[in-house]
Design a protein around this ligand. Structure first.
Ligand SMILES: [Cu+2]
Length: 462
């Protein structure tokens, strides 16, 4: 288990990555080492120290694969293999992935670069890699049987192509695709513009939308599931296991995601409007980037949106399909809202003392109770924040905008300290209202500054 810094683009990045999480796997001398990640911990951005400057991305609960520079080529080594991925604290899944994790490491390079990607197959069946969205020679497109022979178990194939354009891409197998993607085989691929100032942002987050069907208590996904998945994940992580998106106030921020599930996901962010800036087809011209607060991402699509983080706070970001912010549950649970089951519950408890009836007044109690669940199972709705149970799961995280966050610092700053008087409060009577009105921050004549938007005018203040 050696770790060679010589093979890395960035010595500083390598030092950050090396902190116990990465080990090298020495292959034949001509093949670059395949760095491996053993933990689902977001690694610091891999800052370029040679070649064109760019602002590196960070991968939620993930990492970027360091390339080896060889002449004009950037060389990467992906190893397709069985992996163990922690979905959230309390649950691990036995998946297939690349270099120790699912998703595999993010590949980052620069427009115009020549990339040579070695792919070693350590799966029990053949595989390939398709480079979704890349413009390349047909024979490098990775469609097993169509553009190349499959990569048999134990063999290494090489993909070589020039990156013709910058943008937001991904990679995944095009071989026994239903099984291999249901098992978690996928990764992000970002090509930075050669012009460092082109559409540059200060923070750039990437994640893949994926989904699994893992029975409560089980470890391996059911690969035949068509639509009824029970774990909705970003980078094979479910809330509360998904990293927060930590942002310094005033930063220009980009959030990029791609959908490799079997259904669409309307991704919604609170507190801001944003501009859709890039798809897997390319950059949306700035004058054509349209505003949204929710952007739907269909199967096989990628979307990126940009915003300026001018409003501090803890802002939820989540899929807006409410079943996708839940963890594994029985969908055949009856709806009991409005039904008084006290009488029948008493009778059942006489026979089964631990019996509980739930759901008569909604299901929020599920988020607050520590119910008995099988080992290796996540609660259906869970997570705690400073005001109580968040009652979420699945595709949910928090954009944490703070003042004074250092460049490249992505560590969790904790919960937002709301300025006095800016949190929704319980009404306790008229005297409270008078007291509140008397306090200076609620003096409407001095503090209210409304930007009136007239139809037809551009309300953008970014
Ligand atoms: Cu969704």
């Amino acid at each position: 288990m050696t770790f060679s810094r010589r093979s890395f683009l960035s010595a500083s990045g390598a030092a950050l990555l090396g902190a116990g999480f990465v080990s090298g796997r020495v292959q034949a001398a001509s093949i670059p080492e395949a760095a491996t990640m053993t933990e689902a911990v977001m690694q610091p951005p891999l800052i370029p120290t040679s070649g064109p400057d760019y602002n590196p991305v960070v991968t939620l609960n993930g990492w970027t694969l360091p390339p080896r520079i060889k002449g004009n080529w950037k060389e990467y080594h992906l190893v397709a293999e069985p992996v163990i991925r922690e979905i959230a604290p309390g649950m691990v899944a036995h998946l297939w992935g690349y270099n120790g994790q699912s998703p595999g490491p993010t590949i980052e390079a620069v427009e115009g670069d020549f990339v040579r990607i070695f792919v070693t197959n350590k799966l029990p069946e053949h595989t390939t890699i398709h480079w979704h969205g890349q413009l390349l020679p047909s024979g490098m497109d990775g469609v097993g049987g169509l553009t190349q022979p499959h990569i048999p178990p134990g063999k290494t194939f090489v993909y070589e192509f020039q990156l013709r354009k910058s943008g937001t891409f991904m990679y995944h197998p095009h071989a026994d695709e239903m099984v291999q993607m249901a098992m978690g085989m996928m990764g992000f691929f970002v090509v930075h513009p050669r012009d460092p100032d082109f559409r540059r942002v200060d923070r750039d987050f990437v994640f893949l939308l994926n989904a699994y069907d893992i029975e409560p208590g089980a470890y391996v996904p059911k690969v035949m599931t068509m639509t009824d998945f029970n774990l909705w994940t970003w980078n094979s992580r479910a809330f509360p296991g998904i990293d927060p998106l930590v942002v310094n106030k005033g930063d220009k921020v980009r959030v990029r995601f791609g959908n490799l599930t079997m259904t669409n996901h309307p991704i919604h962010m609170h507190g801001y409007d944003f501009k859709v800036s890039c798809t897997d087809g390319g950059w949306v011209p700035e004058e054509a980037a349209w505003p949204e607060v929710t952007i739907d991402c269909a199967v096989g699509q990628m979307r990126a949106f940009d915003f300026v983080a001018d409003e501090p706070g803890d802002w939820a970001i989540h899929c807006h399909k409410s079943h996708h912010t839940m963890n594994a549950m029985g969908h055949d649970v009856a709806t009991w809202i409005g039904v008084d089951r006290n009488a029948v519950t008493e009778k059942i408890q006489a026979l089964v003392p631990d019996y509980m009836s739930m759901g008569a007044s909604g299901m929020a109690e599920m988020g607050e109770m520590e119910m008995m669940i099988p080992d290796n199972t996540l609660p259906m709705m869970t997570g705690w924040a400073q005001f109580g149970a968040v009652e979420m799961g699945g595709m949910f995280s928090v954009v944490k905008v703070r003042e004074g966050i250092a460049t490249h610092d992505y560590s969790d700053p904790g919960w937002f300290e709301h300025p006095a008087g800016t949190v929704s409060y319980e009404w306790t009577g008229e005297s409270q209202a008078i007291e509140r009105a008397a306090s200076p921050q609620f003096d409407a004549s001095t503090t209210t500054e409304v930007q009136v938007v007239k139809p037809g005018t551009d309300h953008t203040n970014h």
